[in-house]
Write a protein of this length. Structure first.
Length: 95
């Protein structure tokens, strides 16, 4: 499948702008955490508030993670997982 013009432009921008690449990398990490947390919460059938209570966090913290406005630490994600009897699994994937 051929790359779109927009994708080619983005690839070129990322190649030439280390700061932009770093920003996108951090944003993608936040997005991964957000998606994982939403999935966990939905699988458990919990509201943000209920998950926060089980994890010993505030509802605002859960919301910030899910909105991509917070880059949670591994420790924090483990604490949240432990609140529902789970643990975080680390997986290495090709970049």
């Amino acid at each position: 499948m051929a790359k779109s013009k927009a994708k080619k432009m983005l690839d070129e921008m990322l190649e030439n702008d280390a700061e932009l690449k770093q920003f996108i990398d951090v944003y993608n990490e936040r997005l991964d955490a957000a998606l994982a947390l939403v999935q966990l919460r939905e699988e458990e059938g919990l509201s943000q508030r209920a998950l926060a209570e089980k994890a010993g966090k505030t509802q605002a913290t859960i919301a910030r993670i899910e909105n991509g406005n917070m880059n949670p630490t591994f420790k924090m994600m483990n604490e949240i997982a432990a609140g529902v009897g789970k643990k975080v699994k680390i997986e290495f994937v090709k970049a």
